[in-house]
Design a protein around this ligand. Sequence first.
Ligand code: CO
Length: 134
Amino acid sequence: MLGRLNHVAIAVPDIEAARRHYREVLGAEVSAVEDQPEHGVRTVFVTLPNTKIELLGVLGETSPIAGFLARHPEGGIHHLCFEVADIRAARDALLARGMRILGDGEPRIGAHGRPVLFLHPKDHHGTLIELEQA
Ligand code: CO
């Protein structure tokens, strides 16, 4: 079911500072900061030779990462995103195995314009998993 690692997402309290850090200290290729109002986050993509890092900052009062940052004020790894060929087929197979899908179970359009779903971290050894249709 799982394909390539699409990205590792890191929630950060200051996305401008994190962007500068990845560019100037770690010497990585970084995107501009983009607001994603439909997701309540601001994103920066760090492009690596084999995958991406998604830096996530808070946008708005009801950001889905606000609770995470309250528990991890310095930031930290928030989720892993794996590619799947057919997101609805992957969802149905996971549901048949007793896995929980967050939200209403319908794929939403994610930060890259492709359908995504999130899996309950308690079903996956404490890791929030995002599936993205490749
Ligand atoms: Co993601």
